[in-house]
Design a protein around this ligand. Structure first.
Ligand SMILES: CC(C)(COP(=O)(O)OP(=O)(O)OC[C@H]1O[C@@H](n2cnc3c(N)ncnc32)[C@H](O)[C@@H]1OP(=O)(O)O)[C@@H](O)C(=O)NCCC(=O)NCCS
Length: 154
């Protein structure tokens, strides 16, 4: 059966969304950030922005970015398992490319584990290119980190 792509509503989080973000984080990542880290990102760090993707008012995924000078650094993107492979992450990336253009940013950067083929495919399909390889960067597994870049055209 071919599932139809979803069209999530994407909105910036408030502190009321903290628990929702933590639940998605815990499902998506093997070494999740603690709740205090997200609290600080949302309440204190002026360069940090977190967005939620919602389907019919129900949170499906989130992404966390830092704006550093004229660049976005994508720190995290995660989608709940039951919503995967239906274009939710693709919609979020399309959204941040639009945001980057509005803010006149020059590029979006990210780091991804060389073994994370799902994420790698996602980024490549959305135009990101590998610009550097950090050998053995992840100390838990010895995996390489791939630094990827998407240049923002005017
Ligand atoms: C990576 C992740 C965010 C993708 O979310 P998603 O909503 O399922 O992705 P999409 O449906 O938008 O996929 C877009 C494209 O990415 C690729 N892709 C996504 N998941 C994939 C997978 N598991 N295997 C291969 N390709 C995959 C596909 O090429 C897809 O294109 P297609 O629809 O033409 O096949 C999701 O699997 C996830 O949350 N993983 C755990 C957290 C993680 O690894 N985050 C990234 C590192 S920070």
């Amino acid at each position: 059966m071919i599932l139809q792509n979803l069209s999530p509503e994407i909105k910036e989080v408030t502190i009321k969304d903290l628990q929702t973000i933590v639940e998605i984080e815990n499902e998506c990542f093997s070494s999740p950030w603690p709740v205090e880290s997200f609290k600080s990102e949302i309440e204190k760090l002026s360069w940090s922005v977190t967005y939620i993707a919602a389907i019919d008012e129900s949170a499906a995924g989130f992404m966390l970015l830092w704006q550093i000078n004229n660049e976005f650094h994508l720190q995290k993107i995660g989608v709940l398992k039951k919503f995967r492979n239906r274009g939710v992450a693709h919609s979020m990336i399309t959204f941040i490319i639009e945001q980057a253009k509005r803010r006149s940013l020059s590029r979006i950067l990210l780091e991804v584990r060389g073994t994370n083929s799902g994420a790698l495919n996602l980024y490549k399909k959305n135009g990101f290119e590998i610009m550097d390889v950090r050998k053995g960067y992840y100390t838990d597994s010895g995996d390489d980190a791939l630094v990827m870049e998407l240049k923002i055209e005017d």
